[in-house]
Design a protein around this ligand. Structure first.
Ligand code: SAM
Length: 323
């Protein structure tokens, strides 16, 4: 079992399979950004399988494929299938912008991915083009449709809510998710890199209070002990999550670490503590060496992020870490 110095059990690994993305969301990657990891630094499927195997032997039960945009990594379903076969792995999920999900949904489902999170900040094509830098709403909707058709359940929609940008679409997004049976999660913008810092965050606490009242929502429970706190309709059919790193953080229940495409193990989304695993993997380290370094890494996992106290601290973009 992996336990850190604050007595938190780590059983969730977010695995970035690429730092590249086909979108340039204003709060994530700067326009024209090209400073991506060199392909020779990307962990190969064999290396990923080895590291994830080390984690599952240490008690990690859930792996999420993320990025960048994970569907840009060639043969992702093949990697998913290999990981799904690892003993001890209970759940394999995916975070995607869904621009290419219609092509890959069936193969991913077949490979053993069961749950997906899809980023969708607006239901207006022009706005998506402004926020994401490309006119991709129809592609995203096609991806969502394909995901639903092949049976991903739940499908969670992640909406980064920004004042003056898309806050007027909160109700429309709630209605959209109720209609389609999706879970909605609203996210406060995090000051990650200059893009995250330049984007405004909207305090979601008043939004939560208003929606609770308006839709008669009650406290909800939702599996996956993540940072989202949920409300739900009394019949339990619609779940509404709030990821509020700025107005109310939940670091005390943090159960995760992140592995970037170049084999860097980040211990906290909002701090710099990290351990490089690639040199070890490429210099003949044994499985025991890997297990030892992963266990050691737990001793430097920070207690919490400081997005609120030190918003200028983190120069890394979300897509570099594996959001
Ligand atoms: N491309 C995939 C996707 O769209 O889900 C996975 C990676 S993306 C970086 C993961 C999530 O991080 C997305 O929902 C995105 O909106 C969110 N994100 C990126 N930068 C952020 C920031 N500064 N604050 C809050 N959320 C951010």
């Amino acid at each position: 079992m992996l336990t850190d110095t604050f007595n938190r059990t780590i059983e969730y690994l977010r695995l970035s399979v690429t730092d590249r993305c086909d979108l340039r969301c204003t709060y994530c990657l700067p326009e024209g950004f090209k400073d991506f990891e060199e392909p020779e630094h990307w962990l190969s499927f064999e290396e990923i399988e080895r590291v994830v195997g080390a984690f599952t032997r240490l008690g990690v039960k859930h792996v999420r494929l993320t990025g960048g945009e994970p569907l840009l990594r060639a043969r992702l379903p093949e990697l998913a299938q290999r990981l799904k076969g690892l003993p001890g792995l209970h759940e394999l999920s995916l975070s995607t912008n869904a621009t290419q999900l219609d092509k890959h949904a069936a193969a991913l489902m077949q490979a053993g991915v069961t749950r997906i999170n899809v980023s969708l900040d607006s239901l207006q094509a022009e706005r998506i083009a402004q926020i994401a830098g490309r006119d991709v709403l129809p592609k995203i909707l096609a991806g969502l449709h394909a995901g639903k058709k092949v049976g991903f359940d739940p499908i969670k929609i992640n909406m980064v809510v920004m004042p003056g940008i898309n806050e007027d679409e909160i109700d429309a997004m709630v209605a959209f998710c109720i209609t389609h049976g999706f879970t909605l999660r609203m996210i406060e913008t995090m000051p990650m890199g200059e893009t995250g810092r330049n984007a405004q965050h909207l305090d979601l606490q008043p939004v939560k209070a208003r929606l609770r009242e308006q839709f008669g929502l009650v406290e909800g429970f939702f599996s996956g002990s993540g940072p989202a706190r949920y409300l739900q309709t009394p019949d339990g059919k619609f779940n509404l999550g709030f990821i509020t790193p700025i107005s109310q953080h939940f670091c005390e229940t943090c159960n995760r670490v992140r592995l970037s495409v170049d084999g860097t193990l980040y211990l906290c989304l909002g701090q710099d503590e990290k351990v490089e695993l690639r040199p070890l993997l490429r210099s003949g380290a044994s499985d025991q060496d890997l297990a030892d370094i992963i266990q050691h890494a737990m001793t430097i996992k920070p207690e919490r992020h400081e997005f609120r106290e030190q918003p200028a601290k983190l120069v890394r973009f979300m897509s570099t870490t594996g959001g």
